[in-house]
Design a protein around this ligand. Structure first.
Ligand code: NDP
Ligand code: GDR
Length: 338
């Protein structure tokens, strides 16, 4: 039985990837950082019904000794490095932590592979944020990078170290330059989920407005379930390489709002307000990917449209809020006016 180790298994992608790998017959191990809220940490794996099928091992990406220990213990065939401080906005408030986890953390995993188990195939979660201030209208593997945040700079370091370990040590290291991908399991702070959660609250009478930042930025959004398949396909190739993964369609935050509110029968202009507090010190205005290489070499293609994904996310948030309201103790419901 093939073994896979996932760092970041409790995140959006980690959960979907664990599900995919279990279906493909892998033994799935995950690096889990200790939390005081242990009962909440496996929520996404629980939602997908796979929490009891994965093996979670205590460790932290910033603690090389724990990464070395886990690599020696598991000896995985495939390592997926998904752990990161992944929220771009927070990276200006915590630039050093972001550098330590998102940048150096990846090198801790690369070092563990090199020193303990060099036969393992390694996947690095690189990001379209590395294109930042875009140098070409459509971004692919040959487009120059121009990072615009501490997060993107840390990802770029990890990306080049992945390339460097491939070229220096002959390790099977691949990097997926993934454009934004979302799902009902997306963190609530990211714009798609913030919008679908806001739509659900407003629809159910739990909120009356939604505050957002820059509505003009555009993103190339796909579904996380499709994107984790691309990660897996990369590690099935004989030769390691780097791939852009994107849908090839870019949409503004404004149009996303119209789509999500429209799905629930609401006019977004009546509810969405902008706040300068939510603007970023430097913005990535446009991202629009060209995934021709992934399509031709990996045979990968997205299966879910933006409209389908937004509908799935709104429905999931409506269901969550309905369940919460139904189970809320009577006093709390009274105080909340619900
Ligand atoms: P999430 O933020 O949902 O998940 C991040 C994961 O990293 C969580 O499991 C988190 O654990 C873990 N983590 C954070 N710090 C540490 C640490 N010090 N030690 C161990 N684990 C840690 O991210 P996504 O699933 O959305 O993304 C996965 C990866 O792909 C990230 O590296 C992200 O930067 C990258 N990426 C994501 C894209 C997207 O659109 N989603 C696009 C391109 C790249 P905990 O649950 O304890 O917080
Ligand atoms: P991003 O995702 O920064 O692209 O990084 P996010 O959803 O946070 O922002 C997308 C765009 O929406 C604008 N925006 C807002 N964003 C948030 N979060 N909240 C708001 O209220 C809001 N209003 C407008 C932002 O300014 C931005 O232009 C994600 C992460 O998953 C990264 O880890 C990953 O590498 C990239 O996608 C690809």
């Amino acid at each position: 039985m093939r073994k896979a180790l996932i760092t970041g298994i409790t995140g959006q992608d980690g959960a979907y990837l664990a599900q995919l790998l279990l279906r493909e017959g892998y033994e799935v191990y995950g690096l889990l950082r200790r939390s005081a809220s242990a009962e909440l940490i496996g929520e996404r794996l629980r939602w997908l019904g796979v929490i009891d099928d994965v093996r979670l091992i205590d460790g932290d990406l910033s603690d090389l000794s724990s990464v070395l220990r886990i690599m020696a213990e598991v000896k995985p065939d495939e390592v997926y490095n998904l752990a990161a401080q992944s929220f771009v906005h927070a990276s200006w408030q915590q630039p050093l932590l972001t550098g330590n986890i998102t940048g150096i953390g990846a090198v801790n995993v690369l070092e563990a592979v090199r020193l303990v188990h060099p036969a393992a195939r390694f996947y690095q979660a690189s990001s379209s944020e590395m294109f930042g201030k875009i140098q070409a209208a459509l971004q692919n593997e040959t487009t120059p990078f121009y990072p615009r945040s501490p997060y993107a700079a840390a990802k770029l370091y990890a990306h080049w170290m992945t390339v460097n370990y491939r070229e220096s040590f002959g390790l099977h290291c691949s990097s997926g330059i993934l454009f934004n991908h979302e799902s009902p399991l997306r963190g609530i702070e990211f714009v798609t989920r913030k919008v679908t959660d806001g739509v659900a609250r407003i629809k159910l009478g739990l909120a009356s407005e939604l505050k957002l930042g820059n509505l003009d930025a555009t993103r190339d959004w796909g579904h996380a379930r499709d994107y984790v398949r691309a990660m897996w396909l990369m590690l099935q190739q004989e030769t390691p390489d780097d791939y852009v993964v994107a849908t090839g369609r870019t949409t503004s935050i404004r149009a996303l709002c119209a789509m999500a509110f429209g799905y629930a029968g609401l006019d977004w202009t009546a509810y969405v307000h902008t706040s300068s507090d939510l603007l970023r010190p430097a913005e990535v205005d446009v991202l629009h990917g060209d995934a021709t290489k992934a399509r031709t070499t990996l045979g990968w293609a997205p299966t879910c449209t933006l409209e389908e994904m937004v509908a799935e996310m709104v429905e999931a948030d409506l269901a969550r809020h309905r369940a919460r309201t139904a189970t809320r103790p009577p006093t709390e419901a009274l105080l909340a006016g619900g």
